[in-house]
Design a protein around this ligand. Structure first.
Ligand code: NAD
Length: 370
C-alpha cells in the first residue's frame, strides 16, 4: 500500500497532505501532543478502514473510537450528542483532538461536534470516500441535517489538517466512486481545459478499465489538482459571498433532482444528480452565457458517457422546478444558476426564468432517455 509521491497543499491556516500520509499523520500527532485523541467514524468505515489507520499510525494507539451509524438519516443532532457524550465520559478537555475518519457525513458531523464541544476543540479530517477527499473534507463547512432539511444546522470551521490516502478507496462501493468523480469533473470545468482533459481521461479509465482508483503517483497528482481547485476557491471566499458559488455548478438542478428523488423514496447519489445538473447547466450556458455549441456537445457527450442517466418524465418537470424554488440559495421564487462561458470561466448568480429552465430539462430528457 505505498504511493510513490506525497503532495502538501496550503489552505488558509491548514495543510492538506495527499499520498502516503500515514507517517506524516503520525509525526503531526506526535508534534502536536494533544491531551487525548478520538476517532469518529461510521460502522462501514470502522469495518473497512479503521484497522488500516490504526496499524499504520502508532500515535493513534490510545485513541478512543466513537462509531456512528452510517447513512444520511444519521447525520443528526442525535449522532452529535453521542459524540459529545463520549467526549464527556472520557473527560476530553480543550486540548483534545477529534479525528474524522469517513466520508462527507463524518467529516461534516464530526467537524460540527468538535467545533461546538467546549466552544471548540481541534479536529482533523481523514476522508475515506472520493467525494470527501476532493470536496467535503475541505473548506470548513460542518453541520447536520435537522427537521428533514439538509445541513440546516452548522458552522464554518476549518480542520487543523486534512490527510488524504487513496488506498481507502479500494473498499468503496462503485456507485460512491462514480459520485465522487462527478465532483472532480466539476472542478475541471471550473479550472479550465488544462485540468479538465486529464480529469476526463482519469474518470474514463477508472470507470472503463480499472473500476477502482490505484494508489500511485498519477492518482496523487490528479487528486491534488482537484483538491487544489476547491482549496484555492474556499481560501479566497470561505463564506461563499462570491467565487465559492462557482462550486455550485450543476447543483441547482442536481440538488432539486436529488431532493425530489429522495421524497419519492428513490434516492440517487449526490454526484450522479450533479452530473445530470451539469448537463442542464451546460445547455443553459449555451443559450444564455455564450458557451460554444460544439464545446457544449463535446462536454455533454463526455458526461453522458461517464455517468448513468436519471429517469424522469416531462410531467415531473414542474415538481422538480418546485424544489429549485425551495433551495436556500434561491429567494423570492427566483432561480439562479452558475453558468459557464467556457471551461475556466464561470458566471455565478445568473437568473434563469422558468421557460428557459424547462427547455434545459427537456434537453436533458432528449439527450438521455432514448
Ligand atoms: N462540507 C462540504 O463542503 C460538503 C461537500 C459535499 C458533500 N458534503 C456532505 O457529505 C455527505 C456525503 O458524503 P459521502 O458521499 O462521502 O457519503 P458518506 O459519508 O455517507 O459515505 C458514503 C457511504 O460509503 C461508506 N464508506 C465510506 N468510506 C468507505 C470506504 N473507504 N470503504 C467502504 N465504505 C465506505 C459510508 O459508510 C457510507 O455508507 C453529505 O452529507 C453531504 O451533505 C459536504
Amino acid at each position: 500500500m505505498s504511493e510513490s509521491k506525497n503532495i502538501r497543499l496550503e489552505g488558509n491556516g491548514y495543510c492538506v497532505f495527499i499520498g502516503e500520509i500515514f507517517s506524516e499523520l503520525n509525526n503531526w500527532l506526535k508534534e502536536k501532543n494533544y491531551s487525548s485523541l478520538f476517532i469518529v467514524t461510521d460502522l462501514n468505515v470502522y469495518d473497512h478502514c479503521l484497522s488500516i489507520i490504526q496499524q499504520n499510525v502508532p500515535a493513534l494507539a490510545k485513541a478512543a473510537v466513537i462509531p456512528i451509524l452510517p447513512g444520511e438519516s444519521h447525520k443528526t443532532t442525535i449522532s452529535v450528542q453521542i459524540i459529545w457524550q463520549m467526549l464527556i465520559e472520557h473527560e476530553a478537555d480543550k486540548k483534545a483532538l477529534l479525528i474524522n475518519l469517513g466520508g462527507g457525513l463524518i467529516t461534516d458531523m464530526g467537524g460540527f461536534a468538535a467545533a461546538t464541544y467546549k466552544r471548540g476543540i481541534d479536529f482533523i479530517n481523514v476522508p475515506t470516500t472520493l467525494l470527501a477527499m476532493i470536496d467535503a473534507s475541505i473548506g470548513g463547512k460542518t453541520g447536520v441535517d435537522f427537521d428533514n432539511i439538509k445541513n440546516a444546522v452548522g458552522v464554518i470551521k476549518n480542520p487543523e489538517a486534512v490527510f488524504v490516502h487513496s488506498a481507502f478507496l479500494h473498499t468503496l462501493p462503485h456507485d460512491q466512486l462514480v459520485s465522487g468523480l462527478a465532483e472532480m469533473i466539476k472542478h475541471g470545468l471550473i479550472a479550465g481545459e488544462d485540468l479538465l482533459l486529464p480529469l476526463l481521461m482519469f474518470s474514463s479509465t477508472i470507470l472503463g478499465e480499472l473500476t477502482t482508483i490505484p494508489a500511485n503517483a498519477a492518482t496523487v497528482n490528479i487528486m491534488s489538482e482537484s483538491i487544489g481547485v476547491k482549496l484555492n476557491i474556499v481560501s479566497k471566499d470561505p463564506e461563499e459571498k462570491n467565487i465559492r458559488k462557482q462550486l455550485n455548478f450543476g447543483h441547482t438542478f442536481g440538488h432539486a433532482l436529488e431532493s425530489w428523488l429522495l421524497q419519492k423514496q428513490q434516492p440517487v447519489l449526490h454526484g450522479i444528480c450533479v452530473a445530470a445538473g451539469m448537463i442542464v447547466a451546460l445547455q443553459l450556458s449555451e443559450k444564455l452565457a455564450g458557451l460554444d455549441a460544439i464545446e457544449k456537445e463535446k462536454l455533454v457527450g463526455h458526461i453522458k458517457h461517464l455517468f448513468p442517466p436519471i429517469l424522469f418524465r416531462e410531467d415531473d418537470i414542474d415538481y422538480i422546478i418546485g424544489f429549485m424554488k425551495q433551495d436556500k440559495k434561491n429567494s423570492s421564487g427566483e432561480i439562479r444558476f452558475v453558468l459557464m462561458k467556457e471551461p475556466g470561466v464561470m458566471l455565478v448568480d445568473q437568473l434563469v426564468n422558468e421557460d428557459e429552465i424547462k427547455e434545459g430539462l427537456k434537453y436533458y430528457l432528449s439527450e438521455t432517455q432514448q
